[in-house]
Write a protein that binds this ligand. Structure first.
Ligand code: ADP
Length: 317
């Protein structure tokens, strides 16, 4: 099964013609719904067919109660650190072109502590895949990854958001790293002497991308998500068996996106779900990426974050 350690936020979203400028007051269409990278990815993993656990911190308020009810409805095994802070929130403005600005109030998410995670060790060590992000305290994310890895669980790190301080130790603890283009460029800048413009990644040669991935994460697999262009995969060559290529692209599915919010979260949850099912189905890694592309493309056809995750029949592959 898959265990996700991460954030839950109540998203407050305003759709406006343009984004508000300094000092400006606008009106927009408002809706609210569950979000947070951790929760979105847990819902995606569950709806993509994996038995899923989610470890998070919630406040004693409506947001916290909403998270519990939603997790139960999706059959997610929820473990909550009860926080005296309000449940996490995000204020999101989206303009007509789909561009956004976001302010996050971490609230309870900031209370997800190393000590509490240590007490959840048995939930982490029983999993086939641990999936985490950088919207929670980084020492806690690191602790979760170390506990998981020590018992043979595959660790998957989605290094998002791009402006989070992704520590070198976190990279070293990741078996699979899944940046989008912005996050990949930010990680290269922070941790290597190489530079790349995120806009040029999709058109950079595969051999060059592979070299950059090997420099960034010599011991693990890197999957760069490329939006409508799908994903690029770079494997550690000395771990390959048979005729698997060390690097390759997997094309995205063609869709008419309505809302790409959470596409990355859909991709990560689905990739974890497919990987966790692999011992049953014995598919090569490229098949898992194909599945994640398909799942993420479907998610763009619905508006919203966690609630936009498509439901699939009970098999991930
Ligand atoms: P993020 O949401 O983190 O910015 P991406 O934009 O790279 O991440 O999207 C993640 C994944 O979602 C892609 O790898 C792809 O599978 C899928 N996806 C995103 N946008 C589209 C699109 N326009 N058409 C088809 N698939 C898409």
């Amino acid at each position: 099964h898959v265990v996700v350690v991460g954030s839950f936020n109540v998203d407050h979203v305003w759709n406006c013609a343009t984004l508000p400028r300094l000092g400006e007051t606008l009106s927009g269409r408002y809706h609210t719904g569950p979000g947070g990278k951790g929760f979105n990815q847990a819902v995606a993993a569950a709806r993509a067919g994996a038995e899923t656990g989610f470890l998070c911190a919630l406040g004693d308020d409506d947001g916290g109660r909403q998270a519990r009810a939603l997790a139960e409805a999706d059959g997610i095994d929820l473990r909550v650190h009860d926080s005296s802070q309000p449940t996490g929130t995000a204020g999101i403005y989206v303009d007509e072109a789909g561009h956004n600005t976001i302010v996050i109030g971490a609230g309870a998410n900031a209370d997800l502590s190393v000590a509490w995670l240590g007490r959840q060790a048995e939930a982490l060590t029983g999993a086939r895949v641990l999936l985490s992000q950088l919207e929670s305290p980084l020492d806690s994310v690191l602790e979760a990854m170390r506990l998981a890895r020590a018992s043979g669980t595959t660790t998957m790190l989605n290094p998002a958001p791009a402006n989070a301080q992704c520590l070198r130790e976190l990279l070293a603890a990741a078996d699979i790293l899944t940046p989008n283009e912005t996050e990949f460029a930010a990680l290269l800048e922070r941790h290597t002497s190489h530079r790349i413009e995120s806009e040029t990644i999709a058109t950079t040669s595969d051999a060059q991308l592979h070299r950059l991935c090997r420099t960034l994460l010599p011991r693990g697999t890197v999957v760069i998500t490329l939006g409508a262009a799908g994903a690029f995969v770079s494997h550690r060559e000395d771990q390959l068996r048979g005729d698997v290529a060390p690097f390759y692209r997997v094309a995205a599915d063609k869709v008419e996106p309505v809302d790409t919010t959470g596409a990355g979260d859909a991709f990560n949850g689905a990739l974890a779900a497919a990987y966790a099912a692999a011992h049953v189905h014995a598919h090569p890694f490229a098949e898992h990426v194909r599945f994640a592309n398909r799942y993420a493309a479907l998610s763009t056809e619905h508006v919203g974050a966690a609630l936009a995750m498509p439901r699939l029949p009970a098999s991930a592959s």
